[in-house]
Write a protein that binds this ligand. Structure first.
Ligand SMILES: CC(C)(COP(=O)(O)OP(=O)(O)OC[C@H]1O[C@@H](n2cnc3c(N)ncnc32)[C@H](O)[C@@H]1OP(=O)(O)O)[C@@H](O)C(=O)NCCC(=O)NCCS
Length: 218
């Protein structure tokens, strides 16, 4: 038995996370150490990893935003402060998913599910209203000659096409809202597009403040 565990990211994890990210996205420059250190300093509770006895298997990184500031068009670089999370705003009520990835040799083994479960646990523990993310559409390039990104995503929502990221997110209970054009311009597979998705926290209580726990057990 080599069980998979979810836990908060620690400073010692960062070099291995960068190496893993390079394997996940060979064509996209990875985060540098300083950005990851900044994320941990700004919002340690929002950074989680998956591991087994052999090492790190994936991560999910989040910040809190005041959604009214961002509900119009934005791209990944703008909302994440170019990966530094300097837009993190504890006064907001939206947990914003900046990144999630799993070791490419371990896809389909439930690790992404555990990381998303960790995010939902965090959202509930902090009494946040929702999780919003803009997911890549890595399957779009295969259909880009035949259809717009909107029609592609509609086909995925209808169940007539499958996308490696959006199909996973829909299975995780997220709802599709709209296409974000130019979200990650260098993401060739997605042709720069992303799908804005949302999950509403059923336990959110607007009468209660946001809770910032010292630590959350994801
Ligand atoms: C997206 C990603 C995180 C999913 O992680 P994963 O560990 O492979 O997903 P899981 O095994 O936990 O799958 C959870 C559920 O989603 C479903 N799912 C996962 N990938 C799927 C796919 N390509 N198509 C359809 N369903 C899929 C699984 O079947 C499972 O549902 P089930 O419980 O009913 O069987 C992973 O593929 C990844 O790291 N992709 C590359 C990085 C990336 O693009 N991240 C997104 C950034 S926006």
């Amino acid at each position: 038995m080599n069980p998979i565990r979810i836990r908060s990211t620690q400073p010692d994890d960062l070099p291995a996370l960068i190496a893993l990210q390079e394997r996940v996205y060979p064509d996209i420059p990875p985060w540098d150490l300083h950005k990851l250190q900044a994320q941990l300093a700004v919002f340690p509770q929002g950074q989680i990893v998956a591991e087994d006895d052999n090492g790190l298997l994936g991560c999910a990184s989040s910040l809190i935003v005041l959604w009214d500031d961002w509900s119009e068009d934005h791209n990944w670089s703008e909302i994440t402060g170019d990966g530094s999370f300097n837009n993190h705003n504890p006064a907001g009520r939206t947990l914003y998913g900046a990144e999630v990835f799993v070791d490419p040799t371990r896809h389909g083994a439930g690790i992404g599910h555990l990381l998303y479960q960790g995010r939902r646990t965090l959202c509930r523990a902090m009494n946040l209203k929702r999780i919003i993310a803009c997911g890549r559409l890595p399957g779009y390039h295969r259909h880009a000659e035949q259809m717009s990104p909107e029609l592609y995503v509609q086909n995925v929502v209808w169940g007539d096409l499958s996308d490696p990221v959006l199909s996973f997110q829909l299975k995780e209970g997220f709802s599709y809202c709209r296409i974000m054009d130019g979200y990650i311009p260098e993401d060739i597979e997605s042709r720069g597009n992303a799908a804005l998705i949302v999950w509403l926290n059923p336990e959110y209580d607007p009468e209660q403040p946001t809770i910032i726990p010292e630590e959350v057990s994801p």
